[in-house]
Design a protein around this ligand. Sequence first.
Ligand code: ADP
Ligand code: ADP
Length: 228
Amino acid sequence: MILMKDVYKTYPNGVTALNGINIDIKQGEFVYIVGPSGAGKSTFVKLMYREVGATSGSIIINDIDMSELKERKVPFLRRDIGVIFQDFKLLPKLSVYENIAYALEVIEESPRNIRKRVMDVLDLVGLKNKARFIPDELSGGEQQRVSIARAIVNHPKMVIADEPTGNLDPDTSWGIMRVFEEINAKGTTIIMATHSKDIVNTIKKRVIAVEDGMIVRDEHRGEYGYEV
Ligand code: ADP
Ligand code: ADP
């Protein structure tokens, strides 16, 4: 599913963000990525959806070798990957419904299928009654649930979330985690970069710790391992 061998990433300004990454993540796993700010967590997850490319080393995602993936084929890779951001990145002028439907319209689903799939996914995240609202009319937690709905409406094989609860209060964050656990129970791989000690130490999953661009810890049902 996600296989990285001796992966290095140096940005054009000369900063080396990743310094020899080796990892094997199987379909259906739930993985937290932890570590101090600037450790390389975001770069690590961005390699997984080809937001950035590696400087050297080998990366295989869903059986696709990233070194052989042509730029014009990247959208095909992304169909199997849902991405969730700390700042949601919703389109402000579109309704909740339209923000999610947009993800399906770009892959030419029929209107009937789009309607059914959008309403099903809104049901899953508990926002069926907010379909007509625009993002500004929703709380932060609700906006994040919309962004989760958008990420999963294509039934991706994996969901990558970069600090999804970073802007949310604790109660709201637990609600988001319940949605992730539900999606994961259906077989979706979850990769979540996080600074939440409470979440990592309570909902026990695989923990990969990154420091100075290297994996320093990889534990089944691990701990957060840093003071907050
Ligand atoms: P984290 O997510 O753990 O905070 P990042 O992957 O964002 O770590 O950053 C790792 C290092 O790479 C940091 O030194 C950061 O400043 C640098 N970096 C991140 N993105 C870029 C970029 N686009 N250009 C140059 N340097 C970057
Ligand atoms: P109904 O068909 O009775 O409205 P649904 O469960 O299908 O019930 O829809 C739930 C909510 O989503 C309703 O408020 C509905 O108007 C809204 N909705 C459905 N489709 C769209 C759409 N294409 N654009 C905006 N809102 C929609």
